[in-house]
Write a protein that binds this ligand. Structure first.
Ligand code: GLA
Ligand code: GLA
Length: 663
């Protein structure tokens, strides 16, 4: 992301938050397109993502190409001032390809081959798929590279959605090559994977397989490496498409849409973000609304706090949850502006016009089945107007926070592997609970990958930072001794990059820094709690924590005979290192977080009466600082006393409302 490049727009275009959707005109008769243009203008749409699932239409068989419809569509958009984020159309291979080449179809761990008939049924490592996909990319780049209406390239779609884990023979070959590059020798692999255990020693890379369905727990390092490899295989596909695009059309920026949302975890987006010109994300509300803000903050973190593109979210209901409810009044605007608050400079949806057929016909869109005379379309038009009023925000970066949460895909993958002390631990939930507790305390929080520069943060929270290579341990130690305030939790600093336990007592990598030592984990049963002296209650995990340094302060103890200290803090160098040995949850963290913040010298930015109900997020750019006050509740809140000019909203913040204030 060193070379952040945003949408290509004609010179003299006033900066604006782009507004639009995935647009699938190839699923509609030609006469509908004119109505689309009319309604897009009414809503203020200025960008659409086109051709995402159009491969079969563009290449109806191996030897035939049909670009006429796309030529006409791109011209139509351009003539009406609507930019095209043109997809490379490689997400869903057409039936002629998979019938002729069934060897492109992914294979599950159980050995089942996934069929055509849905979408994204391709192996990331298939040379046959790659060849056909890149031919398509090249054709598109050559045909449209000089069209002024193309504002960006949209590589594939949600790389790894449905096909991230492929256990086929192609995957086996690529996995071996990946392992040979990582370990150099088979001895290196044997050591890293600990294959002395259970007679797993390999004589050569040729003997190694993906972790296919086995008789018992597959080797954990093999599993972890397969997760890393699978993420890299997707990135490799991204890079292969990007290289063609940038060779033929060096002036058009390239993006791909991430899935930083909920439990979706198949790609290390911190790594993938380095391969594109700007980050895009797709987000769907699956849990409470803090999950949305947290995901947006992760997205900002991997985008290195430059503006990013909200490529998809929903205007109202989705169609893929067990029960799909429409959004309530206010949520359409609040969800969108929350993403903007965390750095989105584009607000787009899946999709423009709700489908009349196919698997997503019950998924909401900007133009619903009911047409333009609907509450939803009127709300969409209203949102378009709101976004047009926020042009000054465009291009501004996230205003750095004083507190950061470290978010690490490798620790996520590692901490939730099988054969562990408990199946109840959830990496992302722990991180999200810290987010909520910190926001409740009235501070702004960045969420950053482990290679981020931490120097500017007064406090860094590393929840369940399970996988800690020596270099990361050293960086965090240097951060704390150099004046930072590090907070880490149970099941952190446990293993190195090979999933080998740091020996000598837990939490091995951080034991000396924290001045504590744990001999045995004591996970808790589902529903079991353990009381703490500060009135909080722990769940999921507990530990008998031995304090082994004189200067360790005990912030809370377990009220349990076999357990002592629960939360500790130790001054180290000019900073401190704190340890939380149980899951406190949002309610328990509320008792601890203000103390930790005070110790780190972090003062809440949000006035006291707003804490708990309102989230503050800020951006700063050439036009100044913009504060977003986001009402997380279903009650109106008064922003009396907030200084600045209201660009959107007012001091009477509606239920589920957002106010944007130029500070
Ligand atoms: C069995 C096996 C051992 C070990 C234990 C673990 O007894 O024989 O190798 O796996 O289970 O409980
Ligand atoms: C994903 C896909 C879209 C659509 C939406 C529905 O984000 O990229 O094509 O399926 O989900 O929520």
């Amino acid at each position: 992301m060193q070379n952040h490049r945003w949408l290509r727009t004609p010179d003299g275009t006033a900066p604006r938050i782009s507004f639009g959707a995935d647009y699938n005109p190839d699923q509609w008769p030609r006469e509908v397109w004119d109505d689309d243009v009319r309604l897009m203008k009414k809503a203020g749409v200025d960008v659409v993502s086109v051709a995402i699932f159009s491969w079969a239409k563009l290449q109806p068989n191996a030897d035939t190409w049909d670009f006429a419809w796309l030529d006409e569509l791109i011209d139509l958009m351009h003539d009406n001032g609507i930019g095209v984020d043109l997809a490379t159309a490689t997400a869903s291979p057409p039936p002629w390809l998979t019938m002729a080449h069934p060897e492109v179809l992914p294979v599950t761990a159980e050995g089942n081959t996934l069929s055509q008939g849905a979408r994204q049924h391709w192996r990331p490592t298939s040379p046959v798929f790659r060849r056909h996909a890149l031919t398509l990319v090249e054709k598109l780049a050559e045909r449209y590279g000089s069209h002024p209406g193309i504002v960006a390239w949209h590589v594939n779609n949600e790389l790894g959605c449905h096909n991230a884990y492929d256990y086929s023979d192609d995957a086996a070959r690529a996995f071996r090559a990946w392992l040979a590059a990582r370990y150099d020798t088979i001895e290196g692999l044997n050591h890293a994977w600990g294959t002395a255990f259970w007679s797993q020693a390999y004589g050569s890379f040729e003997e190694v397989l993906p972790p296919r369905l086995a008789a018992s727990f597959p080797n954990p390092t093999q599993q972890l490496d397969f997760l890393r490899f699978s993420s890299d295989a997707l990135t490799d596909h991204l890079v292969a498409e990007r290289e063609i695009l940038t060779r033929i059309t060096p002036d058009i920026p390239v993006t791909t849409n991430f899935m930083i949302v909920g439990d979706t975890r198949h790609a290390d987006y911190a790594a993938m973000a380095r391969e594109i010109d700007f980050v895009s994300n797709d987000h769907y509300v699956t849990q409470d609304r803090d999950e949305l803000a947290f995901s947006a903050a992760i997205t900002s973190g991997v985008a290195r706090h430059r503006p990013w593109f909200l490529m998809e979210h929903s205007t109202s209901a989705v169609n893929w949850q067990p029960v799909n409810r429409p959004k309530r009044s206010g949520e359409l605007v609040r969800d969108s502006l929350t993403h903007v608050a965390h750095g989105a400079d584009a607000v787009c949806y899946f999709q423009w016009r709700q489908s009349e057929a196919g698997a997503e016909k019950y998924h909401s869109a900007m133009v619903p089945h009911g047409g333009e005379d609907t509450r939803l379309f009127r709300d969409v038009v209203g949102l378009g107007g709101i976004l047009q009023g926020l042009g000054d925000v465009v291009g501004s970066d996230r205003e750095p926070a004083e507190v950061a949460i470290l978010f690490d895909w490798h620790s996520w993958w590692g901490s939730e592997l099988d054969s562990h002390p408990t199946e109840l631990l959830r990496y992302r939930r722990e991180a999200l609970e810290w987010w909520t507790a910190l926001v409740d305390a009235g501070v702004r929080v960045d969420v950053v990958p482990t290679d981020a520069d931490l120097a500017g943060y007064r406090m860094v929270v590393a929840p369940v930072l399970y996988s800690v290579p020596a270099a990361l341990r050293d960086r965090l130690e240097a951060y704390a001794t150099g004046g930072g305030h590090l907070v880490t939790t149970y099941f952190s600093g446990i293993v190195d990059e090979n999933d080998h336990v740091w020996l000598g007592g837990y939490p091995g990598a951080f034991r000396e820094l924290l001045g504590v030592r744990v001999e045995e984990f004591r996970p808790l049963y589902e529903g079991e709690g353990v009381a703490l002296s500060n009135g909080a209650s722990g769940s999921v995990w507990s530990e008998p924590v031995d304090v082994v340094a004189d200067d360790v302060e005990i912030l809370a103890s377990y009220e349990h005979d076999e357990l002592g200290a629960a939360v500790t803090r130790r001054p180290v160098g000019s900073g401190s290192a704190a340890y939380v040995s149980t899951r406190l949850g949002v309610v328990g963290l509320a008792r601890l977080v203000p103390e930790l913040l005070a110790g780190a010298g972090v003062a809440p930015e949000l006035p006291e009466p707003l804490r708990g109900s309102v989230e503050l997020a800020s951006r700063r750019g050439a036009a100044g600082r913009f504060d977003f006050y986001i009402n997380r509740t279903d009650e109106p809140v008064s922003l009396d006393g907030v200084a600045g000019a209201f660009l959107h909203g007012s001091a009477e913040l509606a239920a589920r409302g957002v106010a944007v204030v130029r500070a």
